[in-house]
Design a protein around this ligand. Structure first.
Ligand code: BG6
Length: 488
């Protein structure tokens, strides 16, 4: 199947860091359909050769095993084209149309890896140039908009140009192998389903912790913050994956319908819950691997007086029969103690104790997303009896866990998130992409938090780099008698 993949933002951060390395991996694994072109588009006045050598130089920053050899790069580079374009100029779209018409590929993918402010004009111009054919697919990066109104405006423009099945709203967390495995665990195995409910589960924790700071994206991040960057999309998509009802089949709309129902069931915020159940923080200076690193306000591109949050912890509830009363805690932040993303399902303790067991030791299922990818099931067992201690009438139990490491089991060379999602776009598979109504519902739920922060001038709480965020995040969960999983 021939395809043209047009990459708007072809010299941008996302193209270098994620898209080109993922396309190369797909090429190396032989999964990229033959007869494709990858056309980088950006304002820079570059020749094709200059673009190819820029990309070659960027591969030096990629992990060693994912770097192409010179011969591999030459074969990959044969797919790469470059077109300088100013996205606001109609004549530049006419040049793009001429390039695409040269070969009439069966599928044309337009990937908008640009600032969201350019989405609308790009879509209007694509339509005006007749590039919105039935063969066209468009990929939109998150965050799509800045709030509900801007999200709706973008979605309306894009839907005015292409039908919903041609629109691929990307959330790369859905492409992670660990998230696929969460779906497999829940809907391919019957074991946990009877337990997956309020009667047996005490609370669920979703953590996406990063040890990195804002890197070279200070200006973008300062306008965005952790709530828009991580919670509105990645964290809520994980929440949907863990809380949704089993879909009737594995088709895109069946899955999206169930995710939408979860988002619609999120308990709306009140003045009280906004004050008590949402914590924002901002990192200050500290050391990482023995080296001093700047605080958020000293990062390049960031306003020195910035009140942008780099950390969010919150307590959500899902108001339906399955989950009523079960707290879902979400926590995400930059410059935290470790890179660690996981979902922890804490089960209720045994209803009647006939053994001694350590405080707070109940069964727990941990879905490790990264850096480890796997499952841990925590149980209580009768350990070695201690010969030095006198026997007591009541036996003591010890926490132990079963550990399933998917990297060891399936090999760490599995298909990465962007690689899988890019191939899905080329093949036209929508299962792992977000529908507009899901996105709108997620914005509707986070907007009151944004509004509350606009009015509350106390700003984010400082936390030192290399910690787990402000202490208020521990207090948030301790009020319910729980603690974050790394603290237990
Ligand atoms: C992106 C955010 O969507 O996800 C970044 O914009 C964040 O700020 C990144 O660093 C995290 O992705 P991953 O796959 O490294 O966990």
């Amino acid at each position: 199947m021939s395809f043209d993949l047009v990459l708007f933002g072809g010299t941008g951060d996302l193209a270098w860091r994620k898209l080109m390395p993922s396309l190369f991996q797909a090429f190396r694994h032989g999964s990229l359909p033959e007869g494709g072109r990858i056309i980088g588009v950006a304002r820079d006045d570059l020749s094709v050769e200059q673009y190819r050598s820029l990309i070659r130089s960027r591969f030096d920053e990629v992990e060693l095993e994912k770097r192409p050899s010179p011969a591999e790069f030459d074969r990959f580079a044969a797919l790469l084209q470059y077109l300088p374009m100013d996205l606001s100029r109609p004549e530049d779209y006419r040049r793009l149309a001429a390039t695409l018409h040269e070969r009439q590929a069966q599928t044309v993918v337009i990937y908008l890896a640009t600032a969201p402010s350019l989405f609308t004009v790009a879509c209007e111009q694509l339509a005006a140039t007749g590039l919105n054919t039935p063969h066209t697919r468009i990929v939109l990066e998150k965050p799509l908009g800045h709030d509900l109104a801007s999200n709706r405006a973008i979605n309306e423009t894009v839907r005015g140009v292409l039908s919903e099945r041609q629109i691929f709203r990307i959330d790369h967390y859905l492409g992670k192998p660990s998230v696929q495995n969460l779906f497999a665990l829940r809907f391919g195995n019957a074991l946990f389903e009877p337990l997956w409910r309020r009667e047996t589960i005490s609370n669920i924790q979703i953590t996406i912790a990063e040890d990195l700071g804002v890197e070279q994206r200070g200006a973008f991040y300062d306008n965005t913050g952790a709530l828009r960057d991580m919670v509105q999309n990645h964290a809520l998509q994980l929440l949907c994956a863990v809380a949704m009802e089993p879909p009737i089949n594995a088709h895109a709309d069946a899955i999206r319908d169930e995710k939408l129902k979860v988002l619609r069931s999120l308990r709306p915020w009140t003045r009280e819950t906004l004050g008590q159940h949402v914590i924002r923080g901002q990192y200050t200076t500290g050391t990482v691997a023995g080296e001093a690193v700047p605080g958020y306000c000293e990062e390049a591109g960031v306003d020195p007086q910035s009140a942008t949050e780099t950390f969010v912890a919150l307590r959500a509830e899902i108001a339906n029969w399955r989950w009523a009363g079960v707290p879902f805690y979400i926590r995400t932040g930059k410059r935290l103690a470790a890179r660690d993303a996981r979902i922890v399902v804490n089960f209720r303790p045994a209803p009647h104790a006939i053994f001694h067991s350590p405080m707070d030791a109940a069964n727990r299922l941990v879905i490790n997303l990264q850096p480890k990818d796997g499952l841990e099931l925590h149980l209580l067992a009768q350990g070695q009896e201690n010969r030095l201690r006198p026997r007591s009438a009541t036996q003591s139990l010890t926490p132990v866990h079963l550990d399933l490491d998917f990297d060891k089991r399936f090999g760490s060379e599995r298909v990465g998130a962007y690689e899988r999602l890019l191939l899905d776009v080329i093949d036209g598979r929508l299962n792992l992409f977000v529908r507009s109504d899901e996105q709108e519902e997620a914005w509707r739920w986070v907007e009151p938090i944004l509004e509350h922060w606009r009015q509350d001038t106390s700003g984010p709480r400082p936390y030192a780099t290399g910690t787990w965020g402000p202490s208020a995040a521990s207090a948030l969960i301790a009020r319910d008698g729980h603690c974050w999983s790394e603290e237990s």
